[in-house]
Design a binder for this molecule. Structure first.
Ligand code: ADP
Ligand code: ZN
Ligand code: ZN
Length: 692
């Protein structure tokens, strides 16, 4: 008799918990390690994956059920892939069955042999590679050579527009010619249709797309095209990492610094880090590409775990780096506001309308010049809506979301919560003091800028790009196409405009309020601000006409700006990050220590508090050597969608201590039925990105 250990999608701890089933005779031949099967679990049938097969009889008294059936005739995971997923499960302290749930698309998990029928083509199509339109320059050639010489992790550090994508394409060409496959990860595939096009053009019929917005049919198709070897390039966001490539030769992570590689719900993995792990398990090459590498990537280079290739100049001849100037927004404040320590001889004329404040005279002049030259501008502000807040002129009351501890953001016709979507029409009277005076609007957002532009540049054609105007891929493509074909002069947007778009006619980029994002309680705040500002700046002057970037801020003396303005942006970025990294080393933060954020949330505030004290106490009592426990404290957003939130940070120099403690904690939490007891959820976020 044989038995199979099977992982099922359920939250069991320790995270490698599997269940033993008997293998019926009818399946003895066809079942193997990695098989996707159906088993009865609890009261229902569930999918599961075989992790181990054994023949020794079970201990007396142990009853097993039979494996119900096989969903796919061949194992869905090779042993290598299984080990890879198990290592993710251990690292992220997340149950193996739920890790697999992320790795197997829904239509497959829920499929049956009938719906998942596929044919393996007898003859694979001959590999076609279209020649590149450009010849690699010296820097690019050197990069390709040094990356293809050695397996392992490589950082490709190249300014925006320096030709990193051409390097990926060349490397993938070599991989395909060797008969291997390629994974290409991008932060948000729907934001980069042009990149997709470039891959499809170069490698016709070889690119399978993976992203969550696809229909089940498309997902199934893409999955089987890769599975059967018909297509050997899997391109997509995070989830493309789990495309079933048989023989991967390279995994490319474009814009590796991007925070959206981190999944923020369920299985909270970081696809960049997972890609590095993947390359180790599959002994293939991993390329991390960025103009503004993360501290994590630079630390790998420092420690010798990754090599680095640098692209210093823009690839298109004559495209030069944009010229950047800082504008001190304080000079735009009305006369009566005094600013300590700042001489205010040259104040600008008082702004006329609220949104005006963020269009300084210099910026207005620059926009005017750009429009006259028939060139295009991008204006960036990282907030939607018409303002940041509206407050009562008599009592200072600000509308707050009833579900979240955040203020509502004003839009032209309503006030909205950007976290849960709650919205109201602004009442006539202040709910607090009944004052009938209209509320005072402070700050601005994309809608506010759009309004101010219509005042100052009535004939300019303006497009807005934010989550209010872009609901899906179609909207996005429409807007991108309209702007690149010159149907608009100005594009106003949130960080959506910062992603790798290439608009050759853009010669002016205005960053309206660069301070946003620097004042948040997050140890990566500075790193992220500089990355974002450099990415946005990189949109200017991507072809022949020289570009310029105007950056408006209330704190021009902040070190981030000194670095943004530097002559040699790469050198300066490096210096800035080295300083950041010294701080992190001192404070024991990643990349120099393991960090996890434990979040507790629930509907009853007292219970959440009790639970968080219990968890912190348990951790402290464990006396794990070198483990630092910080908190509990209320989360920066202390209430979200009706749930009260508290958090605890834990840090450790020792990965083993760190992982063991977390596994032990979660096991205890589950065994003690603490979720029920405290009416509180405990969520463990290993290597957190979102600290709020
Ligand atoms: P990145 O990915 O670093 O932003 P891209 O690969 O998109 O850079 O290149 C930017 C622009 O330069 C693209 O229009 C690309 O076609 C062009 N380009 C890239 N490499 C070369 C080259 N060696 N010669 C001429 N043009 C190039
Ligand atoms: Zn009031
Ligand atoms: Zn809300």
């Amino acid at each position: 008799m044989s038995f199979a250990d099977i992982a099922v999608p359920a939250p069991f701890y320790p995270s490698d918990t599997v269940f033993t089933y008997r293998i019926p005779e009818s399946l003895e031949e066809s079942l193997s390690v990695g098989s996707l099967v159906k088993v009865s679990f609890g009261k229902r049938l569930s999918w599961g994956v075989v992790t181990h097969i054994h023949h020794a009889p079970l201990k007396e008294g142990i009853k097993t059920k039979d494996v119900d059936s096989l969903i796919l005739p061949e194992p869905i995971f090779s042993e290598k892939r299984l080990r890879f997923l198990q290592s993710l499960s251990a690292h992220y302290v997340y149950p193996i069955g739920l890790v697999m749930e992320s790795a197997i698309p829904t239509p497959l998990r829920n499929g049956s042999p009938r719906t998942l029928r596929y044919t393996v083509p007898e003859l694979l199509p001959a590999l076609r590679i279209e020649p590149s339109a450009t010849q690699l320059n010296d820097e690019q050639r050197t990069a390709v050579k040094s990356i293809s010489q050695k397996k392992g992790v490589h950082l490709l550090w190249g300014l925006t527009g320096s030709g990193k994508t051409e390097v990926y394409l060349k490397l993938i060409e070599e991989v395909l010619e060797r008969g291997e496959g390629a994974l290409v990860l991008v932060p948000e595939i729907s934001l980069t249709p042009l990149l997709t096009e470039r891959f499809e053009k170069r490698f016709p019929d070889q690119v399978a797309l993976f992203h969550s917005a696809q229909s089940p049919k498309k997902i199934r198709e893409a999955w089987f095209e890769v599975w059967t070897g018909q297509k050997r390039i899997a391109l997509g966001a995070r989830s493309a990492l789990f495309a079933p490539l048989k023989n991967p030769g390279i995994v490319v992570v474009d814009e590796e610094h991007d925070g959206s590689y981190k999944q923020e719900e369920g299985f909270r993995y970081n696809a960049r880090d997972a890609a590095i792990r993947f390359a180790k398990h599959f002994s293939c090459t991993c390329v991390l590409g960025s103009a503004t590498p993360s501290a994590e990537a630079l630390a790998l280079v420092d420690s010798g775990e990754a090599s680095v290739s640098v692209l210093r100049k823009r690839a298109v001849e004559s495209a030069s780096l944009p010229k950047l100037s800082l504008i001190d927004l304080r000079l735009n404040l009305p006369q009566e506001i005094k600013i300590p320590h700042v001489e205010i001889k040259d104040r600008f004329e008082a702004p006329r309308a609220p949104g005006d404040f963020f269009l300084s005279p210099q910026l207005q002049l620059a926009i005017d010049e750009t429009l006259k030259a028939k060139e295009q501008c991008i204006l960036f502000i990282n907030r939607r809506g018409v303002g940041s807040q509206k407050l009562c002129r008599s009592c200072g009351f600000v509308h707050e979301c009833p579900n979240c501890a955040v203020k509502l953001t004003p839009h032209s016709h309503h006030l909205a919560c950007h976290y849960c979507g709650y919205s109201i029409i602004e009442p006539d009277h202040c709910p607090s003091c009944s004052s009938p005076h209209p509320f005072l609007q402070v700050g601005t957002g994309t809608e506010g800028v759009e309004e101010a532009l219509s005042l100052h540049f009535p004939s300019a054609r303006v497009l807005r790009m934010d989550r209010d105007t872009i609901a899906n891929k179609n909207d996005l493509e429409k807007t991108l196409n309209a702007f690149s074909s010159g149907e608009a002069d100005i594009l106003v947007g949130t960080q959506m405009v910062a992603k790798g778009h290439d608009f050759p006619k853009v010669t002016l980029v205005g960053i309206l309020l660069a301070d946003m994002g620097m004042n948040v309680p997050d140890f990566r705040a500075n790193e992220r601000s500089l990355q974002l500002l450099m990415q946005v700046s990189g949109r200017a002057g991507r072809s022949k006409s020289p570009g310029r970037v105007l950056v408006q801020t209330f704190q021009p003396e902040h070190p981030v700006f000194q670095h943004l303005q530097a002559e040699d942006p790469m050198e300066s970025y490096k210096r800035f990050l080295s300083e950041e990294m010294i701080k992190r080393k001192l404070l024991n933060y990643p990349p120099y220590a393991s960090l996890a954020l434990l979040r507790l949330d629930g509907l009853v505030e007292d219970r959440v508090q009790e639970a968080s004290r219990f968890v912190a106490h348990t951790l402290n009592r464990a006396k794990a050597p070198g483990l630092q426990v910080l908190g509990p404290t209320p989360s920066p957003i202390s209430k979200l969608r009706g749930r009260h939130r508290r958090q605890i940070l834990i840090k450790s120099q020792s990965k083993e201590v760190f992982e063991q403690t977390l596994h032990w904690l979660l096991q205890g939490w589950n065994k003690g039925h603490c979720e029920k007891k405290y009416k509180t959820r405990l969520l463990v976020d290993v290597d957190p990105v979102q600290m709020m």
